[in-house]
Design a protein. Structure first.
Lengths: 165, 126
């Protein structure tokens, strides 16, 4: 298993675990639940708003680029300690996407979140016919999280967004 | 009749669109479509073209009821800002009316405005 950022929460029981088929139609409901859950649990609208961005963008990416195998499945886990919160999504991606995800993460992690977001906007402006590719940069900037990727032996990946509460 | 009145307004789940004469578009709800450019890109371009045809000096985009958008939808606003910038200095100024209620608006629109300085400005409604 490889990790691009070793910093992570100590093993604590997840607050939320959801497993579901990778279908776009589920995103709104899961994001809304995540918002409700964070608003209720942490009594903080800022955390809830950030959760919306992180859940939306992680699920969109996972669903767009998941393998089309009939047994394909996503797992969303939300964990928190006293000061930190972590969202992770496990999926089985197609190989092309995995390589581009690694490259994009590497590129973003060399810039501060604001610079990375502006840079992603500029790229989207320069390449009007390409997909926007704003999601990861948006998560870091608006969601206030750091991103890391772990590859599992079974070909699945765990994409984690971790930030402060 | 204003060119804005003749624009066909698309129907998009969970999104409301209201053209208010003489120079305003109000958006409400959410945009989380997988390909928002396909359903809204043409509409926003038509609004831009109409604003240019009408020789408007400013056009107001009211997003105070727009609760959430995905990153693909941020591109819609980025593209609109690009159209306005390309028209400068002979076009109109795009004024985006935002709210503090929704955190995403501050970060996204400030960044977009930075890329179209002088052509796009943000106003806070609250």
């Amino acid at each position: 298993m490889t990790e691009s950022n070793p910093a992570r929460l100590p093993a604590i029981p997840p607050l939320v675990t959801m497993r579901f088929r990778p279908a776009w139609t589920y995103i709104d409901g899961i994001r809304d639940f995540g918002e409700f859950f964070c608003r209720t649990t942490f009594a903080d609208s800022d955390v809830a708003d950030r959760a919306c961005v992180v859940i939306q963008e992680t699920l969109e990416n996972a669903i767009k680029y998941s393998s089309k195998d009939p047994d394909s499945e996503l797992e969303l886990v939300i964990c928190a300690s006293e000061k930190n919160i972590e969202f992770s999504v496990t999926s089985k991606p197609d190989n092309i996407h995995l390589d581009s995800l690694k490259l994009e993460l590497d590129r973003l992690n060399h810039l501060n979140p604001e610079q990375a977001f502006i840079s992603a906007l500029e790229r989207a402006q320069r390449e009007p016919d390409a997909s926007a590719r704003l999601g990861l940069a948006r998560m870091r900037y608006e969601g206030g999280v750091e991103l890391r990727l772990a590859e599992e032996p079974d070909g699945r990946i765990r994409f984690t967004a971790a930030g402060k509460l | 009749m204003s060119s804005l009145q003749s624009i066909s307004i698309p129907t998009v789940d969970s999104l409301t669109l209201d053209i208010q004469l003489p120079n305003r578009l109000k958006m409400g709800g959410r945009i989380t479509h997988q390909e928002p450019g396909k359903v809204l890109g043409g509409f926003l371009k038509a609004v831009h073209d109409a604003a240019v045809r009408e020789s408007l000096s400013t056009f107001e985009l009211d997003v105070t009821e727009l609760k959430f958008v995905n990153s693909s939808s941020i591109r819609l606003f980025l593209d609109w800002a690009g159209l306005v910038k390309a028209q400068a200095p002979n076009g109109y100024k795009l004024c985006i009316l935002t709210t503090r209620k929704f955190t995403w608006q501050k970060t996204s629109f400030v960044a977009i405005t930075a890329l179209a300085a002088g052509c796009v400005e943000i106003r806070m409604a609250d």
